[in-house]
Design a protein around this ligand. Structure first.
Ligand SMILES: NC(=O)c1ccc[n+]([C@@H]2O[C@H](COP(=O)([O-])OP(=O)(O)OC[C@H]3O[C@@H](n4cnc5c(N)ncnc54)[C@H](OP(=O)(O)O)[C@@H]3O)[C@@H](O)[C@H]2O)c1
Length: 274
């Protein structure tokens, strides 16, 4: 069945690949991001680019109205836009922490609110939220990013129960390390927030680790996550959670079974925090 899909964060990485694959399967895909120019290559594949900033209420409302006017329905919302502002809790300016939550949590929540009335009227719909293993396990300097993704997990779990009577399904995607621009943006934020502070050595070390990891062959291809998203779109009975990608299973397993101090010790060892 052909579905009308709105996917955020479609200008890069996981969102770009997801939009491409879903349009290739014949779905009507609207790809949203701030950098519309990066989505020109998706036009040939049938994706319709929409300029959207998930911190801007008007741009989200306009996008939803545009799709409803053209298609009369929205079957799937993929809330995928996001980034990592990494840094020590003491260092990260509260304005940056708020912005982290504006993009990763409140943008996702507001867009969900905007599409739900249409999905309820249709008596069907699917909300697919890109969370992360960072929504299940905490890393040093990941504090505000962890807060944002733990919140996405909680919000999605509550939403799933609330909207079931209306035929709407809620799915969480929990990627591990995926080779996209995410790691370099996170490393740059970590370096900037650690510079000339008490956390500089450990922060710089962690930023170097991130840069190494995100330019290496060890991380997973974003197409893997895109394929999980397409399964969540197409499957009659989608899973509640799709956890996949480098390290995801092990990280969540150890964070769950190990005593908190053991986990802290491993993290301190990796980041060489005495
Ligand atoms: N890569 C990983 O290792 C990893 C692991 C777990 C979870 N994730 C999550 O996966 C999702 C996709 O990330 P990615 O890895 O594909 O990173 P990416 O390549 O950096 O893509 C991030 C996307 O988010 C969009 N975005 C950022 N801020 C936005 C805003 N204010 N308004 C609208 N769009 C915005 C960007 O578009 P514009 O800049 O053009 O607006 C871009 O398309 C994110 O939620 C991320 O947290 C990533």
């Amino acid at each position: 069945m052909i579905k009308v899909i709105l996917i955020t964060g479609a200008s890069s990485g996981i969102g770009y690949d997801s939009a491409k694959i879903l349009a290739g399967q014949g779905h009507k895909v609207y790809g949203a991001a701030r950098r519309v120019e990066l989505m020109e290559g998706l036009r040939d594949k049938g994706v319709i680019p929409i300029k959207m900033d998930v911190t801007d209420e008007q741009s989200m409302a306009d996008a939803v109205q545009k799709i409803i006017s053209a298609e009369g329905r929205i079957d799937v919302l993929v809330n995928n836009a996001g980034y990592g502002y990494l840094g020590a809790i003491e260092n990260v300016p509260i304005a940056e922490a708020k912005r982290q939550l504006e993009v990763n949590l409140f943008g996702l929540a507001r867009l969900t609110q905007l599409v739900l009335p249409y999905m309820r009227a249709q008596k069907s719909g699917r909300i697919i939220n890109t969370s992360s293993v960072a929504g299940k396990a905490v890393i040093p300097f990941g504090g505000w990013y962890n807060v944002s993704k733990y919140s996405v997990e909680a919000l999605s779990d509550a939403l799933r129960i609330e909207v079931k009577p209306f035929g709407i399904k809620v799915v969480l995607i929990e990627p591990g390390g995926i080779k996209t621009d995410w790691g370099i943006i996170a490393a740059d934020n970590l370096s900037a927030s650690s510079k000339e502070t008490a956390y500089q050595d450990a922060g710089f070390r962690m930023a170097r680790l991130l840069r190494f990891g995100y330019t290496s062959r060890f991380l997973s291809n974003p197409k893997r996550v895109a394929k999980a998203i397409t399964r969540a779109v197409n499957s009659r009975y989608p899973k509640v959670r799709y956890r996949l990608g480098a390290g995801s299973g092990l990280i969540v397993f150890f964070h769950t079974v190990l005593p908190a101090r053991w986990w802290d010790g491993i993290m301190r060892k990796i980041c060489k925090i005495k």
